[in-house]
Structures are given as C-alpha cells and as structure tokens.
Ligand binder design. Structure first.
Ligand SMILES: NC(=O)c1ccc[n+]([C@@H]2O[C@H](COP(=O)([O-])OP(=O)(O)OC[C@H]3O[C@@H](n4cnc5c(N)ncnc54)[C@H](O)[C@@H]3O)[C@@H](O)[C@H]2O)c1
Length: 446
C-alpha cells in the first residue's frame, strides 16, 4: 500500500475525511493541514513561487528533522519552475525508505496564474514565496483548504490585501493552522533574547529609534521584443507596486517590524519624504529609490525609518533604539549589547553559536506540525507590519500625514482586474516607456 493510500484509509476509517466546514470544530490533529499519524509521518509540501526565496525555503523545509517531501511546484513561469526543480533535485535527497524527498512528476508541476490551487490541494504545508502582491489570494486559498503555511514577507502590497490577510489569519486561528512568516528576525536568537529584555524594561521606556535598510538596488530584466505588458511587469515585479509594494514594503518591512516588536504596538500615524533621485530610468517602473518616514506611536514616541537604493553608497541594514536607561543597535551582529549611556553594558549577547534564523523558522514550524501542536499564528502581526510599511509609502507618495485607521481602510486597490498574460495591469507606461511616478502634494494618500 502506498503512503497516500495509508493516509486516505486512515482518514476515512477515523471519520476525519471531511469538508472544510467541520474543520474548525475538530481537534488540531484532525484538520486537513494538522493531520499526522504514526502510519505515515510524511509531511507533504507544495512550493508556490519557485524563485530565489522559494528554493531556499523549500531546502530549509527539507533540512528539518521531519520526514518532509516536496510534492508539488507552482510558478507563473515555466523556466522558473524548471530551474527550481533542477536545484531541488540536485542533492538527490532520499527518505528512510529510499524514496526521493523531492517527488514532483510533471503532473504535479503547475505553470501560470491558477496552478496554486491544485498545488495547495496536494500538500499538508504550503510555502508561499511569490512576489507579495499575490500573497493575499494564495494565503486565503491555503487557509480555505486547511493547510499549514510558511509564507514570505511582506504579505500584501495595499490595504485591501492586508485586510484579506487579516481575515484569513482569523480563519487560520479558528482552524488551528500553524502559520509562520518570513520575518526571520522573529526567529533569530539574538533578537529574541534582546527584544524580550527590552520589553521587560532593561532599557527603560523606549522613547525613540531609527530603523534602516540603506543599500544598493536589486536586479532588473530588460524588456524583450513582443513581450506583453503583464509579462514584463511580472518579470520585473520589484518595480511595480501591485506586485512589490515598493522597497519600503518589500525589504524594509523587516526593520519596521522590529520597531513594532520593540514598541509592542503599531504606529498611529506617520509622515515622510521620498522620491527618485538616482534610479530615474524607465527600466525602474514606478517605485521610489528613497523613503524617510517618522512613525509615531500611541505613547507619543517616534521611530524614524530610512530606506534607499543607491549604488555605491553607505550600506546599513539594522535598527537602533533609545530608552530612558540606555540604547541598543546591531542586534543582528555576532556580538551586541544593551548599553547604558555611560558606555557600560547592561546586557551582552554573543550570537556566535546561533543557528541560521531561516532554518530555525522551518525547524520550529515542522516540529510543531509533526507533534500535532498549534504554535504559530504569525500572519496577523506580519500583516500589521506590512500595513505599517504601506502606510509609510502612502506618506512619502502623498507628502501628507497618514493615520493608521484611514490607511488600513484605504480603498486603493492596486491589483489588476484580470490576471492573464494579455491582461493590462492598472499602471501602464506612456509612449516613451516611462511609468507615472507619485508626486508628493498631488498623489492621493489613501
Ligand atoms: N525573508 C527574507 O529575507 C527574504 C529574502 C528574499 C525574498 N523574500 C521574499 O520572498 C518573496 C519572493 O522573493 P524572491 O526573491 O524569491 O523573488 P523571485 O523573483 O526570485 O521569485 C518569485 C517567484 O514567484 C513566481 N511567481 C510570480 N507570480 C506568481 C504567481 N502568481 N503564481 C506562482 N508563481 C508566481 C515568479 O515567477 C518567481 O519565480 C518576496 O515576497 C520577497 O520579499 C524574503
């Protein structure tokens, strides 16, 4: 009997092969996603979005101690899927019975915009690693089908997308589906220990801080003759807000999330400035190359955020927080400390022996699933940190003060009306190939 037959028979025999409606009332181990039994310990994984991060996350899932099998791959593009399959099968990993751990025959490879549904159906756990614009619909579907989720940050690119993720997060909680998101600092031992101590008052009250993602830019794919606009934007997703959210959302959400974590809350308002200073060519779509934002929290304190993409300049990706008793910076470093203002360490952390946080997030997720434990509900906080970054973009694009409630309730929906290779995204180039760019003072905030 195959493992699949075993699993189905067990589900039928125990009366647990049931529709979604009943899942929320069943104990954790009985949900479609939570199912795990001694006859078959395989945890089946589907990867949706087979790019750089998807390949990495799939390998981290395979590296866990559990009997993980990749059973389905889905990608918008055939070449990206084929590349991931080649990379993932290059290690020739086998399970205890000698069967391949990457078991994805052609009928379980799904290409295009709709394949995610079929891929999700084949799995216990889904890895969502497409550009973030698709995350709300993919996450909704994974939760609807009762699957555990590892999904990359950010989890949306506009407020309607954030609201969809927040609603699906509630459903995931009801169904007791573990959801881990790729804000890996939350799984990095140095951050975990130091933020806990900060929250316990080691630095006194946090009254200010700076968060940074200042670096060079990322890749760009030149337009090809005959390429449809949808194909071009999908191949250059970084530069289009419906897919990426701008780099304040796509990258800087990491550091903004640390600010929210340290403050143990979300900003009530923000204002900022930004624009395109260096990266002005039409090849760079519609996003800005710098944003500076003041995020104001309910206690009246401000955290300043700075992100930019300028080649050949100073780089810094970290956070600094000021408390009434001392300060901290460089929590990602091998050695860092909470410091009193007179230079005396309040608490020092040595991270030399710490594991890789990208691996830890998968180790913890798969261990919980294997034990039938419900431990992770990251979607809500990641949706709110994603919203914080989108609120920052709303402020830099408009030049206005933006309040949390109005940002979260914004009806500005960036997603195309139709998904197809011949469909038109909402933002299009002019006759010279340049895309409209936000103009502070003219662009509507929310
Ligand atoms: N946590 C981290 O440190 C970290 C690092 C890198 C990337 N990421 C995140 O991972 C996500 C992916 O980034 P990446 O660098 O891997 O990008 P990528 O371009 O390398 O990969 C994205 C893949 O998704 C595919 N795709 C696009 N739309 C799709 C759809 N509708 N259905 C199925 N597949 C689709 C693309 O073809 C591509 O293969 C982003 O959200 C990014 O922010 C996180």
């Amino acid at each position: 009997m195959t493992n699949d037959t075993n699993r189905r028979d067990f589900l039928k025999a125990s009366g647990l092969l049931t529709g979604g409606a009943l899942l929320s009332s069943l104990p954790f181990g009985a949900s479609a996603g939570g199912f795990h039994n001694s006859m078959d310990d395989t945890i089946k994984v589907a990867l949706i979005g087979c790019g750089g991060r998807g390949k990495g996350a799939a390998q981290q899932a395979l590296n866990t101690k559990q009997n993980v099998k990749i059973v389905a791959l889905a990608d918008a593009f055939r070449d990206r899927l084929d590349d991931a399959y080649k990379v993932l099968t290059s290690r020739e990993l086998k399970d205890a019975s000698g069967n391949p751990k990457v078991d994805v025959p052609d009928e379980r490879k799904f290409v295009g915009f709709d394949g995610y549904k079929q891929a999700i159906a084949l799995a216990d756990v889904v890895i969502l690693a497409t550009p973030p614009g698709f995350r709300p619909m993919h996450f909704e579907e994974a939760v609807r089908q009762g699957k555990h989720v590892f999904m990359e940050k950010p989890v949306a690119t506009d407020a309607p997308g954030v609201r969809r993720v927040l609603a699906a997060a509630e459903e995931a909680k009801k169904k007791k589906l573990n959801v881990v998101t790729g804000l890996q600092r939350r799984y990095q031992p140095s951050y975990r220990e130091m933020v806990k101590r900060i929250q316990d008052g080691a630095l006194g009250d946090i009254i200010g801080g700076q968060v940074y993602w200042v670096s060079g830019g990322v890749w760009q794919n030149p337009r090809k003759p005959g390429q449809t606009e949808m194909d071009y934007q999908m191949r250059n997703w970084y530069y289009f807000n419906w897919l990426c959210g701008d780099h304040i959302t796509e990258q800087h959400v990491h550091n903004i999330d640390v600010a929210n974590w340290v403050k143990n809350s979300y900003p009530v308002s923000c204002q900022g400035t930004g624009g395109r200073q260096v990266r002005t060519d039409k090849n760079y779509g519609e996003i800005f190359d710098h944003h500076i934002v003041d995020f104001v929290y309910a206690d009246g304190t401000t955290i300043n955020s700075q992100c930019r993409h300028y080649e050949g300049t100073y780089s810094r990706v970290d956070e600094m927080f000021l408390g009434t008793k001392g300060k901290v910076e460089g929590m990602e470093k091998k050695a860092s400390a909470l410091m009193a203002y007179n230079g005396t360490p309040i608490y020092s952390y040595n991270a030399k022996a710490d594991g890789n946080p990208y691996q830890i997030e998968h180790d913890e997720l798969f261990a919980a699933i294997a034990k039938g434990e419900y431990k992770f509900a990251d979607a809500e906080r990641t949706a709110k940190s994603t919203m914080t970054s989108i609120m920052g973009r709303m402020a830099t694009y408009s030049g206005k003060v933006v309040k949390w409630e109005e940002a979260l309730n914004s009806q500005i929906d960036l997603f195309p009306d139709r998904l197809a290779w011949d469909a038109m995204p909402k933002v299009l180039p002019n006759a010279d190939g340049y895309y409209p760019i936000a103009v502070p003072g003219k662009t509507i905030a929310v």
